[in-house]
Design a protein around this ligand. Structure first.
Ligand code: NAD
Length: 260
């Protein structure tokens, strides 16, 4: 935490803020003085993150419980944010689900679930907030993945959805440049969160997956949610004022190596 108030006066909307990378991002933005609209599905966890954010003097948060697969819930996220704060400066499209499986192992229901959460909801939410970002000359940071640029074996549906998110980031950056709205993504490697357990790994499988992460990231370890949060904040800040359409690897060098 730097407490430099870099985001003082800014309103930041974060999806999937109740855990993992989203929660770390909320706490980081709060430490920099931002006001926060935090959305997720778990009320108790959201309230807990909001409480941590408000430990920073003057930081105001609202929590909005929403299922991003439900269009009316997405509309409610935007309405509550604007009704409360009157504006929006930064959208962090972070929420997402992980699905393990090859083409032969996954079903069309798996495909629909991953695309609905990881890309369809991003399209809908972003469309609704662009008019507000236009007023503030704000920006968007999408939480994509190494899986969006590199085919990771046995993760076909997830890789496809993150590839779509990368292209969404670049297309939208070009579309919105005239409005001075920047659009970027972070593309993490393996980060130590609950996403793998939520995708069905048991504790032992999760442990093995993270242990293997040490071998396949050149920096010799998996990443922590706070490291992704800092990169998101950088892209969202005026320090990145001439950067748009960037898909920033936050992966300990994993995307640049080939197996040998
Ligand atoms: P996580 O499971 O802790 O967080 C995901 C968040 O998304 C949760 O808060 C969850 O409630 C929310 N979410 C999922 N489906 C939702 C829905 N239908 N409606 C509303 N909220 C929903 O995992 P995480 O690792 O923090 O993941 C955050 C993002 O980072 C995801 O987009 C993920 O794909 C991406 N990512 C994670 C890793 C990693 O290794 N952990 C690597 C690359 C990218």
């Amino acid at each position: 935490m730097s407490n430099s108030n870099m985001f003082s006066g800014k309103v930041v909307l974060i999806t999937g803020a109740s855990s993992g990378i989203g929660a770390a991002t909320a706490i980081h933005f709060a430490s920099e003085g931002a006001s926060l609209a935090l959305t997720g599905r778990n009320t108790q966890n959201l309230e807990e993150i909001a409480r941590k954010c408000e430990e920073n003097k003057g930081v105001k948060t609202i929590t909005i419980v929403a299922d991003l697969n439900v269009e009316d819930d997405i509309k409610n996220i935007v309405e509550r944010t604007i009704n409360t704060f009157g504006k929006l400066d930064i959208l962090v499209n972070n929420a997402g689900i992980f699905k393990i499986g090859t083409l032969e192992e996954t079903s069309v229901q798996d495909y629909d679930a991953v695309f609905s959460t990881n890309i369809r909801s991003v399209y809908i939410l972003t469309k609704l907030v662009v008019p507000y970002l236009e007023k503030t000359k704000g920006n968007i940071v999408n939480v994509s993945s190494l899986a969006g640029t590199r085919p990771l074996p046995g993760l076909i549906v997830y890789c496809m959805a993150k590839a779509a998110l990368n292209q969404f980031t670049k297309c939208l950056a070009v579309e919105l440049a005239a409005k001075q709205i920047r659009v970027n993504s972070v593309n993490p490697g393996t980060i130590d969160t609950d996403i793998f357990r939520r995708a069905g790994m048991n504790d032992e499988e999760n442990k093995q997956y993270l242990a293997r992460g040490k071998a396949i990231h050149p920096l010799g370890r998996v990443g922590q949610p706070e490291e992704v949060a800092m990169s998101i904040a950088f892209l969202a800040s005026s320090q990145a004022s001439f950067t748009t359409g960037e898909t920033l690897a936050v992966d300990g060098g994993r995307n640049i190596v080939c197996p040998r």
